[in-house]
Design a protein around this ligand. Structure first.
Ligand code: PLP
Length: 662
């Protein structure tokens, strides 16, 4: 500890000028300019740029109507009441920032906990500065610039996922920002419900009016199940033909009104299901590892939490073999499947579902909406795409990694392009401040189905389409929302485009840090063999790794979990403790034993020397590590091991201390 303090002093002396220990130019880290840094190393640039842009903003105000008398009089600024106002403001701000010092130091490579790290500096500055302009991305009128930036961010994300974004061709993707992944998932469900039930409403409206649109799949003889078998693109093409019919046929107005009234958005789900009884138990199929936002979404939309059908996973991953029997069973029970959700990066374990196999399932069970919840893994595809947006061969992606990407991960990534919608969280692996999720839909026409104050006619000229989606608030779940979040994403994606050679570098660093920890694991296992048994329950797919522990000689899962919890306390955030007292931060989770799959259960049990076939607890406690910080492979001092390595030493020390105490 003494040596550490000494070194800290020396460093402080050396850092008086703001430049930390000089390194030879050849060692310059390509990511070095893009973060404020664990020590605030880029403070000079940050401060200078922020000040410049704040002044620039004030300049803009002053030059708006400089001939006007300023409403805050100069004399006012010398009164006691005025100074008192300033003093109160300063006082409260200092109270706030003093309290914030107990925040989680997520910017530091000693933080390996939740899905957060230091932020990309370009986006951070963009967000702070754009806030001064306070654009509201609900509609272009109040955010002429940032609404366009948001739609461009949507295109950047869509290209990264492999979606087509050429407005002159169908389908054309559209992405927009949300407050987070939860709302993006809700919106996906809302859109899926709207699209899947549209043909049923149309048949109801045609039946009621006796007006049948020629040459569409909705006929007097169509059954619910037939209509539910239509694919999303078919439904949307149908919607456009119907709109054209309504605009041109003399009885179009009547049908248009009847259709509006018959849709689930108007009738409500209860009345809609009365007419279509099969929908009463309409299912949404998710892997058992799905984020809890799915349950919220089901209750919110009136679909019912009990209709969220969880498919068992193996190694916390969903595959086609597990999905198929569930789909079969639902078909036998006559329960329509509204949507199937695949997860690209589970929140707890970082595992990726076999999306390619879920896609294949859509050929056997046509019609379902395929949503991918990539709130966590959403930016990983940057590693797989070149500057032109082409998918790189797996061999090219593998360069610089020891294990990544597995064949399964590669194929799952390629399959993203065929999903109907994808949730991506820029505030996770996009390294922007919180309040930025995104939903990307493969076919933007689906937004027309939920449009508020729907016009009588859908215009179809591509330029006109581009323009009408700028009235964002009419097409999406949320209303007023920060243009600053769009600016942050936009500037980041301009500085580091979403391809292998730019943004991909940042994520490569993260995946490599994870590989370092995994590679170090067997040595850690050996070192700790006299004290504790260790296991990695899931082979990591990307940059998140979980560890399980069991003290030597213990056979009880409950006791192993209790030990894990005590170990977690050494890396936990405590509201009553200064964060400086902690050497490292981690996070924790539990895995239900049945998420492991039989073979894995056997392996993990063997590694931990626990009989998991006859456990005395239902879940296994895990330390969970998110290896996002770009400087995890650097070391805290010359000649010292890297942070990843230091964390392993730290863990070993904590484990021995804990066990020697008891
Ligand atoms: C984080 C996460 C969510 C929820 O996103 P928020 O941004 O927290 O609302 C949903 N699904 C997955 C897989 C996630 O990782």
């Amino acid at each position: 500890m003494n040596a550490q303090i000494l070194r800290a002093r020396n460093l402080n002396a050396g850092r008086a000028g703001g430049t930390p220990g000089a390194k030879p130019a050849s060692m310059t880290d390509p990511l070095a300019p893009f973060f404020l840094g664990a020590y605030g190393e880029n403070n000079d640039f940050f401060e200078k740029t922020l000040l410049e842009l704040v002044r620039d903003h004030v300049f803009w105000r002053r030059n708006f109507h400089p001939e006007d008398e300023p409403p805050i009089g100069t004399h006012d600024q010398y009164t006691r009441a005025y100074l008192d106002g300033l003093a109160r403001t300063r006082h409260e701000l200092h109270q706030l920032t003093a309290a914030l010092k107990r925040s989680v130091p997520s910017f530091h490579p000693r933080y390996l906990g939740h899905m957060v790290s230091d932020l990309l500096l370009p986006g951070l500055i963009a967000q702070l500065v754009t806030t001064l302009y306070n654009p509201n991305n609900i509609v272009e009128d109040v955010a002429p610039i940032t609404v366009q930036l948001e739609l461009e961010v949507g295109r950047q994300l869509a290209r990264m996922l492999g979606f087509a974004v050429d407005g002159a061709h169908e389908p054309c993707a559209l992405g927009h920002l949300t407050s987070g992944g939860t709302v993006a998932n809700d919106e996906a469900l809302w859109l899926a419900r709207s699209a899947r039930l549209y043909p049923l409403a149309l048949r109801d409206a045609c039946t009621a009016t006796g007006i049948w649109v020629p040459e569409v799949q909705v006929r007097p003889s169509s059954t619910d199940l037939e209509l539910l078998g239509l694919g999303v693109d078919e439904v949307l093409a149908l919607g456009r033909r119907v709109a054209a019919f309504c605009a041109h046929d003399p009885r179009g107005g009547e049908l248009f009104a009847a259709l509006g009234a018959a849709r689930v958005e108007e009738t409500g789900l209860a009345a809609f299901a009365e007419r279509h009884p099969a929908l009463r138990r309409m299912a949404v199929v998710v892997p058992a590892t799905a984020h809890y936002s799915w349950h919220k979404g089901m209750s919110l939309l009136g679909l019912g939490g009990s209709n969220l059908v969880e498919v068992p996973v193996k190694q916390a991953r969903l595959d086609g073999a597990a999905l198929e029997p569930v789909m079969e069973a639902l078909r036998r029970e006559g329960r329509p499947v509204l949507a199937v959700v695949g997860v690209y990066g589970t929140t707890e374990f970082g595992t990726l579902d076999s999306l390619h196999e879920l896609l294949a399932m859509r050929r056997r069970f046509p019609g379902f909406w395929l949503h991918v919840d990539a709130a966590w893994g959403g930016y990983l595809p940057t590693l797989f795409r070149d500057r032109k947006g082409q998918l790189l061969p797996r061999e090219a992606v593998r360069e610089g990694f020891r294990h990544f990407p597995s064949e399964r991960v590669y194929r799952a990534t390629a399959a993203l392009a065929e999903a109907d919608s994808v949730t991506v969280d820029p505030h996770k692996l996009g390294f922007v401040p919180f309040g930025a999720g995104a939903l990307v839909v493969r076919n933007r026409r689906v937004l027309d189905l939920v449009q508020q104050e729907a016009p009588y006619v859908f215009t179809s000229a591509p330029e006109e389409d581009e323009r009408r989606y700028r009235k964002l608030g009419r097409y999406i779940l949320e209303g007023s929302k920060p243009g600053a979040a769009a600016a942050a994403c936009y500037v980041n994606h301009r500085v580091l485009p979403l391809d292998h050679d730019h943004f991909g570098r940042l994520l490569a660093r993260s995946v490599q840090s994870c590989e370092r920890l995994v590679d170090r694991f067997p040595t850690l296992q050996q070192e700790l063999a006299p004290w504790v048994r260790l296991s990695i329950p899931f082979e990591p797919d990307c940059n998140l790794v979980c560890l399980a522990f069991n003290p030597v000689g213990n056979r009880s899962l409950k006791a192993a979990n209790a030990f894990g919890r005590r170990l977690f306390e050494t890396v936990d955030v405590r509201p009553d403790q200064p964060v400086q007292l902690k050497e490292f931060f981690g996070s924790s989770t539990t895995v239900p034993l049945d998420h492991l799959g039989y073979d894995e259960l056997e392996r993990v049990g063997r590694e931990l020397q626990l009989d998991l076939a006859r456990p005395d607890d239902t879940d296994l406690f895990l330390l969970r590590h998110t290896l996002m910080n770009p400087w995890l492979q650097t070391s805290p001092g010359p000649g010292e091991p890297s942070y990843v390595e230091a964390y392993c030493h730290f863990l070993a020390r904590q484990i021995r201390t804990l066990l020697e105490k008891t």
